[in-house]
Design a protein around this ligand. Structure first.
Ligand SMILES: *Cc1c(COP(=O)(O)O)cnc(C)c1O
Length: 392
């Protein structure tokens, strides 16, 4: 049997993540591996921490990339902040709230669910009701940017309510960091986790997290040990927070961290607010193009997430066939619907480096062609023209 090197095809990644990794970031990851306690590497990590704090808009000293994907960031938040017997209010309006519930239960906690329909934002009034009915609750958790539906929820308001009931707040910002406004300090969010492969356009495999003072106090005063050795922040802090006396905890994914460093340098060069504005502008252009093709977005205007557009599949169109043709003929990957939305929507991502004028126009042109092929009543050229009006 013979084995050959793997050469992946060049795709345009416009699904729910990963997004296109910028060539500068790929190049950074190909640089020579050094030891993870090498003084040059330690200096790079210190710099990265400052850039991560800026991206999260926080001064939290405990702001680090967990050495594993977004799901590990989620586990890190729950395993450290939830103890057996705790009650946690989990707001669910898509796939990821369901995973939060799993996390709470696996930590020995009780999850009180606040459910909203898939495609709707988390309802602040329902959260308040749940908190007054469950005064023993100590944590509230919700997703800022629901990638499964394309909905953004109001972190500031939900956090204020949770704090009035003396709860810590865990926010999933995997798809929002670098893509839409997130103000960790101003909104006083206690624990936030994110990912590198969505709006930061780095390769998958790291989860930036930040924990504030109240969260840290809770972690340091736990009655029981954190059940995950790997994710126990008391131990991880010895490596990340140790300054010169950094101690070995696990071998950091050195080259992946070069990639994240480069991604954050690029975000810094662009400016965080400019990056938010770019995501919004390209979303509006995509929307104009979709509307010109008579395609509808699932989510109401006031809750739309610019970096993830859930597009309703029109009657009579084969949902999976459209994705197959986009991939085969144009190298464009978009996502399918998940769970309750399977078969009903396409998920078109405009995240990080994938959120570009070029991708919006190429996607709309390709979509016109594919839908025409499948018998849709499409007037060629209208979608691109409509998007161009927004982009000019
Ligand atoms: C992608 C995603 C995750 C999981 O991140 P992984 O890197 O795939 O583990 C969690 N929450 C949300 C909202 C996401 O979009």
């Amino acid at each position: 049997m013979e084995f050959n090197s793997f050469y992946p095809p060049q795709r345009t990644l416009m699904g729910p993540g990963p997004s296109d990794v910028h060539p500068r970031i790929l190049a950074a990851m190909a640089r020579p591996t050094v030891g993870h306690l090498d003084p040059t590497f330690v200096a790079m990590m210190d710099e990265m921490k400052v850039m991560l704090q800026q991206a999260f808009r926080t001064t939290n000293p405990l702001t680090i990339p967990v050495s594993a994907p977004g799901s590990a960031g989620m586990e890190c938040a729950f395993t450290n902040l939830v103890e057996p017997g705790d009650t946690v209010v989990v707001c669910q309006n898509g796939v990821f709230g369901g995973r939060m519930r799993e996390n709470v239960e696996r930590c020995g906690g009780t999850a009180v669910m606040v459910e909203d329909e898939w495609g709707q934002a988390v309802d602040a009034a329902k959260l308040e009701e749940a908190l007054s009915a469950n005064p023993e609750a100590s944590v509230v958790a919700f997703v800022q940017a629901e990638t499964s539906t394309g909905v953004v929820s109001d972190v500031k308001t939900l956090t204020e309510i949770a704090h009035r009931y003396d709860c810590l707040v865990i926010v999933d910002a995997v798809t929002s960091l670098g893509g839409s406004p997130l103000e960790v300090d101003e909104w006083a969010v206690d624990a936030v986790y994110s990912g590198t492969q969505k709006c930061l356009s780095c390769a998958p495999g790291l989860s930036p997290v930040t924990f504030g003072e109240r969260a840290l106090h809770r972690i340091k005063n736990r009655k029981s040990k954190v059940q995950s050795w790997f994710l126990d922040l008391n131990l991880v802090m010895g490596y990340w927070g140790g300054g010169a006396k950094r101690v070995y905890h696990h071998t950091a994914p050195v080259n992946l961290l070069y990639g994240l460093h480069e991604a954050l340098v690029m975000l810094h060069e662009e400016g965080l607010e400019n990056a938010w504005a770019r995501h919004q502008r390209n979303h509006l252009a995509l929307r104009a193009g979709l509307e010109a093709m008579q395609l509808e977005l699932l989510v109401a205007e006031n809750a739309r997430l610019p970096q993830l557009n859930a597009v309703v599949v029109p009657d009579g169109i084969d949902e999976a066939r459209v994705r197959q043709l986009l991939l085969a003929d144009y190298g464009i990957e978009i996502g399918a619907g998940l769970g309750a939305l399977a078969g009903r929507v396409w998920r078109v991502g405009l995240m990080g480096h994938s959120s570009s004028k070029k991708n919006v126009l190429v996607f709309l042109g390709a979509m016109e062609s594919v839908l025409s092929t499948l018998g849709g009543a499409i007037e060629s050229g209208r979608a691109v023209a409509a998007a161009n009006k927004v982009l000019l």
